[in-house]
Design a binder for this molecule. Sequence first.
Ligand SMILES: Cc1cc2nc3c(=O)[nH]c(=O)nc-3n(C[C@H](O)[C@H](O)[C@H](O)COP(=O)(O)OP(=O)(O)OC[C@H]3O[C@@H](n4cnc5c(N)ncnc54)[C@H](O)[C@@H]3O)c2cc1C
Length: 236
Amino acid sequence: MVTRIIAETYRAKTFSIDLPEWTPFRAGQHYDVRLTAPDGYQAQRSYSIASAPETRGSIDLTIEEIPDGEVSPYFHNVVEPGDRIELRGPIGGPFTWDAVDGEPLLLLAGGSGIVPLMSIIRHKLAAAPDVRAMLLYSARSMEDVIYREALADAVDGAPNLSVMFTLTRRKPASWEGHSRRIDRAMLEEVLGKLGEPPLSYVCGPTPFVETVADALVEAGVLPERVRTERFGPSGS
Ligand SMILES: Cc1cc2nc3c(=O)[nH]c(=O)nc-3n(C[C@H](O)[C@H](O)[C@H](O)COP(=O)(O)OP(=O)(O)OC[C@H]3O[C@@H](n4cnc5c(N)ncnc54)[C@H](O)[C@@H]3O)c2cc1C
């Protein structure tokens, strides 16, 4: 049952959902959501878990609204606290992280691709504070950054976590950070900051994931140390 809905940005909301039977999950996994119309028509989509595996009994899903979509506008405009949602999961194998998988972590998010990476960050903070992690998050503007406050709070208390943004469409007047799509030069800069070869997780729209994963390998990261999750067909 949906217990709480929070607006993260003007087009992303987090839905907290209590599960009737709790199944432990790994950070990075997702659930499949199935909607059934009164005439029997069904639509199914995948949504990553945003919460940490340490939060038991319920999960958070963060859904960005695709205006002409079938499922995401339903969540944004119809679903209310108290509603029941048909879910299947947790699902997903390679795109997961636990401390035994290694470090340092390089997390590369495009748009709503931040969602499973937030679960990984939350898990790291709760279970492996010594693990070094760096997030490079590509968003259109600061208004599009999901978990903006949660990320600022996380960095405040965690010397081993750093967060960088690159804003691809609109930047604040005083912005001194990057303002272009993630490319090889930007990756070489973050790899230099990490100092040793990272275990990398790349998540976002398909073209973002393919470009960034290729650039990581060109920058010297071994392909077997690059894990990817593709969210959708179009660019962010
Ligand atoms: C493993 C996995 C995990 C995912 N996790 C999340 C998540 O945590 N949060 C989240 O918001 N989404 C996530 N997605 C994407 C999600 O499953 C849907 O594809 C998305 O919500 C669009 O569904 P829709 O029914 O609203 O749009 P659709 O009816 O499927 O598509 C409508 C139009 O939008 C385009 N489109 C579809 N998906 C996207 C997209 N991602 N970006 C831009 N355009 C798109 C389509 O080509 C089409 O033109 C995930 C996808 C996968 C495969």
